[in-house]
Design a protein around this ligand. Structure first.
Ligand SMILES: CC(C)=CCC/C(C)=C/CC/C(C)=C/COP(=O)(O)OP(=O)(O)O
Ligand SMILES: [Zn+2]
Length: 518
C-alpha cells in the first residue's frame, strides 16, 4: 500500500466553523426535544409530496427537448430519477420518452456521464429504455478509456490523426521552416513518407507564404494527397485518472453484464495504491482519504472480486469514525458534516457489513502475525485463533471460493443475496435523525447542512443514505425493515437501493434479468 507520510489532514476548517455547525445542529435537536409528541412526529415526517414536486419540476426544467448536451445534464437526470424512484414515485409517459431519447445521446464520450446515463435508463426501466443501451459499443468505449497502469481516464479527446506543425526557425545565419508531422495512425506512414519528398518541393515554392496560411495550405494539401476529403481523426483517452473513473467504468460494465478480465486487468493494483495510511481511499495515489472515493474504491474492489486485497480493518475504522456528534457523516478528517456523505460513508458501512467474514479473516491474520513476532511469555495458543467465528476462507463479498469459474458480472447480483451476519456498523438511527431534521427542506429537497440551499445532488445522496440506514437492520434482502429500524413514522420508509450501484433494487433486478438473458 503506497501512502503519503502521516501528517495532519490537508483540509482547512477552523474550530469556529466546526463550533458554528455543532451549535446550529444542537439548536435544531434541542427544539425538537422540547416539542410535544405530535409536533415531533410532524417534524420527522418525510415530506414525500414536496420532494416529488421539487424533483419533477427540476426534470421538466432540463427540457423541453433537452437541447444542450452539457456534462451535468445526465447527472441531474440520474439524481432526480433515482430520488423519485427511492420515494416510490414515477414520472409521466411523455417526460419518460423525452428522457430516454436525451439519455441515449449522452452515452459517450465521458465515463462519469455514461454512468449517470446508464443508471438513469435502468431506473426508468422497461423495454424501450433498456434496449436503447448499445452494450457492444460501450464495451469498446470502456476498453479505450483504460490506462496501461490499470486505472481509467474520464474523457476521450478527438484529434486529427495527422497533425502538421510548422515552426519558423530563425537564427543569425539561416532562416528555415521546421515541419513537424505528428502521425497518430501508423497505417498512413508509407504514404506520408512518399509525400515528404513532394512536400519539400511544395515548400520551396511557398517560402513567401506567411506561417499561418502555409500551415493551412499544407494541411489541406496533405489531405488531398492522401486522397482524404478531411484528415482523419483519432480518439485518445484523456482527462483525470482517478478512483471515481474506475468505479463508474466497472459499475457500468457489471450492471450491463459486459465485465470481463480485460477490463478488470490491473484495476485492483490502482485502487490498492490509493488506500492511505488513514485506512480510507483517496482519489489518486498520494492524496488524502475521502468518503466519496472510499465508497468508489471499495465498491470497485468488490465488483472485481479483489476486495480482500484492501486493508479492511483499517478502512472500517476510518469510515465508522467519520460519523460525528452532529449524527451525520463528514467526508474526511477535520472537515464539516455534510448530508451527501450519508450515502458515500453510510453506503461504505453497508458494504462493509456484508464483508464480515473477510474482515474477521484479516484481523485474525493480523493478530497471528503480531503474536508470531512477539517474544512474550503470555503468547496465546495459536490454535485458539483458528476458531474465531467467520475466519473462513472466502472470495470477494464474503462469498465462499468455489471451483467453478467466476463470472465477474454475477458478483453484484450474488453480493446482496447473502444473509447479513452483523448489525449495522454505524448509528443508523442517528443518521436518519440528521437527514430528516438537518438536511431535509420542508418545502421539498435536501441540503448539505442547515444554512445551505437545497439541490438535486444532495437530495439524491441524502435519500440514498436514508434508504441505506433504514434497510441496514434487515438481515435478508427480501425482508421489510421492522418499525424500530425507521426513525419517525413508518411511512418514511423508502425503496431499497442496491449498495454497489445505487440503483433501486427492483429496477436493478429488472435490468439484471434483461441483460443476463441477452
Ligand atoms: C460516482 C461518483 C459521483 C462519485 C463521487 C465521489 C465523491 C463525492 C468524491 C468527492 C470529491 C471530493 C474530493 C470532494 C471534496 O469536496 P469539498 O472539499 O468541497 O468537500 P469536503 O469538505 O466535504 O471534503
Ligand atoms: Zn455534499
Amino acid at each position: 500500500m503506497e501512502s503519503p507520510s502521516p501528517m495532519t489532514s490537508s483540509a482547512t476548517i477552523t474550530q469556529r466553523d466546526q463550533l458554528m455547525v455543532e451549535m446550529k445542529v444542537a439548536e435544531i435537536y434541542h427544539l425538537f426535544a422540547s416539542l410535544p409528541h405530535h409536533a415531533q412526529t410532524l417534524m420527522l415526517e418525510l415530506q414525500r409530496d414536496n420532494h416529488v414536486e421539487f424533483l419533477t419540476k427540476g426534470l421538466k426544467q432540463l427540457g423541453p427537448n433537452y437541447g444542450v448536451l452539457d456534462a451535468n445534464r445526465p447527472w441531474l437526470c440520474y439524481w432526480i430519477l433515482h430520488s423519485i424512484a427511492l420515494l416510490g414515485d414515477f414520472i409521466d409517459c411523455k417526460l419518460e420518452n423525452d428522457t430516454v431519447d436525451f439519455l441515449n445521446r449522452c452515452q459517450l464520450p465521458h465515463l462519469a456521464t455514461t454512468y449517470a446515463a446508464v443508471n438513469s435508463l435502468i431506473t426508468l426501466g422497461g423495454e424501450r429504455a433498456l434496449s436503447s443501451i448499445n452494450r457492444e459499443k460501450l464495451h469498446g468505449f470502456l476498453l479505450r478509456m483504460k490506462d496501461p497502469s490499470g486505472g481509467f481516464r474520464t474523457k476521450i479527446r478527438r484529434s486529427s490523426a495527422i497533425e502538421v506543425d510548422l515552426t519558423w526557425v530563425l537564427n543569425r545565419r539561416t532562416s528555415y521552416v521546421k515541419i513537424n508531422v505528428v502521425v497518430s495512425d501508423y497505417s498512413y506512414m508509407p504514404k506520408i513518407a512518399e509525400a515528404a519528398r513532394v512536400v519539400w518541393l511544395f515548400l520551396l515554392c511557398s517560402m513567401s507564404l506567411a506561417d499561418l496560411s502555409l500551415h493551412l495550405v499544407l494541411r489541406s494539401w496533405l489531405g488531398l494527397y492522401l486522397c482524404l476529403p478531411q484528415l482523419p481523426t483519432i480518439s485518445f483517452p484523456c482527462g483525470e485518472m482517478d478512483v471515481r473513473a474506475c468505479y463508474t467504468a466497472i459499475s457500468v460494465a457489471s450492471v450491463l453484464d459486459i465485465l470481463d478480465y480485460e477490463l478488470v486487468q490491473n484495476v485492483g493494483n490502482y485502487i490498492l495504491s490509493c488506500q492511505t495510511y488513514e485506512g480510507g481511499i483517496a482519489g489518486e495515489p498520494g492524496s488524502e482519504a475521502h468518503g466519496g472515493y472510499t465508497f468508489c474504491g471499495l465498491a470497485t474492489m468488490i465488483l472485481i472480486n479483489e476486495v480482500e486485497r484492501l486493508d479492511l480493518p483499517s478502512l472500517l475504522e476510518w469510515v465508522v469514525f467519520r460519523q460525528g456528534v452532529e449524527c451525520g457523516f463528514q467526508g474526511r478528517i477535520n472537515k464539516l458534516v455534510d448530508g451527501c456523505y450519508s450515502f458515500w460513508q453510510g453506503g461504505a458501512c453497508a458494504l462493509m457489513q456484508r464483508l464480515h467474514s473477510v474482515v474477521v479473516g484479516q484481523l485474525h491474520a493480523k493478530v497471528k502475525k503480531t503474536v508470531e513476532n512477539t517474544d512474550s511469555i503470555q503468547t496465546p495458543n495459536l490454535s485458539d485463533l483458528e476458531n474465531v467465528p467467520g475466519a473462513s476462507s472466502t472470495g470477494s463479498g464474503g462469498m465462499p471460493i468455489t471451483d467453478s469459474v467466476l463470472k465477474l458480472s454475477d458478483i453484484g447480483f450474488s453480493f446482496i443475496k447473502e444473509q447479513i451476519e452483523l448489525d449495522p456498523l454505524f448509528h443508523s438511527i442517528a443518521l436518519q435523525q440528521y437527514i430528516l431534521l438537518c438536511s431535509q427542506v420542508q418545502d421539498g429537497g435536501f441540503r448539505d447542512k442547515p444554512g445551505k440551499q437545497r439541490d438535486h445532488y444532495h437530495t439524491c445522496y441524502c435519500l440514498s443514505g436514508l434508504s441505506v440506514s433504514q434497510h441496514c437492520w434487515s438481515k435478508d434482502v427480501d425482508c421489510s425493515p421492522l418499525p424500530k429500524a425507521i426513525f419517525g413514522p413508518y411511512s418514511n420508509l423508502l425503496e431499497r437501493t442496491h449498495p454497489l450501484f445505487n440503483i433501486v433494487l427492483d429496477r436493478y433486478h429488472e435490468a439484471h434479468d434483461f441483460f443476463s438473458g441477452q
